[in-house]
Design a protein around this ligand. Structure first.
Ligand code: HH2
Length: 345
């Protein structure tokens, strides 16, 4: 198979450029990728029509009218005792709601709430515990801020169903419907957004010698297959968002290849989400052990992703990432003649 990764730029654009996914990026060339061959830069005229259509079609709003024509922040709220960076900080519902309000005030467009750590080596949490951790906080948060979309970060159908009943509007499944056979039906019936994240293996074992033929192309193929599974289960494509799953069965080199090439995933025709915040590869490269001290590296990765048209950034440090994005937008987007509607804040 041959793949086409758009070489995304922003700001003043040449006349022959096409918009990436109806958003802020544009491109005039793509990288033609094929297993076993060196990459080749080709002009638009050599990008097949089906790839061009998928790469350029404006994306549907995600949840609650959340348009995908500017970068959006998804604030992370882990209601767990053992998450790798914020474990134990928000197990008290009052602390959780305070943190949620702070992320909302810092302009998180959506909150991702989880009750089970999926860090490498984490144990599975039983359904009742996961529901007890998440559903009451989602209900309280939804009541206080009905306009703030909430995503439930779970692999389990019953947890997703309880969260949706409590007011969540999106399901974030790090197993991409692969863990619980009942998950697809819950999402399809509710008609809500679904994040399909790539993982190789399960959290318990995934970091034991992960291997790929070509990490970028293998993850692309795997996500395409999971989209097909979701669609076959009755989940409309416009509800789906894809995520390469940084750190889920990946070495540092795999993570870097995926982030460097992330614009390829626009070819799947869905919004792209990146969750790199505070993750281990940032600590390894920057030499920072404490996950909470990895904000600067996380922000650097976030900006690299928006420069490739990534629509949703899943982050712990919402205010810091927002500030960086404001400056990035001022430099590269707001001055351009062809800025998308509604970019000005
Ligand atoms: N990463 C984590 C959890 N959920 N969901 C998506 N879509 N993408 C990700 O990269 C992702 C995710 C792991 O990070 P975190 O929630 O901070 O930690 P833990 O799993 O230890 O709770």
């Amino acid at each position: 198979m041959i793949y086409f990764r758009p070489l995304v730029l922003q700001g003043h654009r040449p006349q022959d450029a096409v918009s990436l996914a109806g958003g802020w990026g544009w491109f005039t060339h793509a990288e033609r990728l094929e297993r076993g061959r060196p990459p080749l830069v080709v002009p638009l005229a050599q990008v097949p029509g089906d790839w061009l259509a998928a790469l350029t079609a404006p994306r549907a709003p995600l949840v609650g009218g959340l348009t995908m024509n500017r970068p959006r922040l998804m604030g992370i709220l882990n209601l767990t005792p053992d998450s790798f960076s914020d474990g134990g900080l928000f197990t008290d519902p009052v602390a959780a709601l305070t943190q949620a309000q702070a992320m909302h005030a810092a302009e998180a467009a959506i909150l991702d709430i989880g009750g089970e750590s999926t860090r490498p080596g984490a144990d599975v949490v039983d359904v009742a515990t996961e529901i007890r951790r998440t559903a009451p906080v989602i209900a309280a948060l939804h009541q206080a801020n009905p306009d703030l979309p909430i995503s439930i970060d779970t692999r389990k159908a019953a947890v997703a169903a309880a969260a949706l009943a409590a007011g969540a509007a999106m399901v974030n499944d790090v197993s991409a419907l692969g863990y619980d056979p009942g998950m697809a039906a819950v999402v399809a019936k509710a008609g809500v957004a679904l994040c399909l994240m790539h993982a190789q293996g399960t959290p318990e074992t995934m970091q034991r010698d992960p291997r790929y033929g070509d990490a970028l192309l293998d993850v692309y193929d795997a996500l395409a297959a999971r989209i097909a599974v979701a669609e076959a289960a009755g989940i409309a494509r416009h509800w789906i968002i894809v995520d390469p799953g940084i750190g889920f069965g990946k070495t540092v080199a795999h993570n870097l290849a995926l982030i460097r090439g992330i614009a390829l995933f626009h070819g799947l025709g869905c919004p792209v989400l990146l969750g790199a915040s505070r993750k281990g590869f940032i600590g390894t490269i920057a030499g920072v052990d404490d996950p909470a001290a990895r904000m600067p590296g996380s922000v650097a990765v976030a900006l690299a992703a928006v420069a490739q048209g990534v629509q949703v950034l899943r982050v712990h440090d919402v205010a810091a990432t927002r500030q960086a994005l404001d400056l990035w937008q001022a430099l590269y987007l707001l001055h351009a003649q062809t800025q998308p509607e509604g970019l000005t804040r």
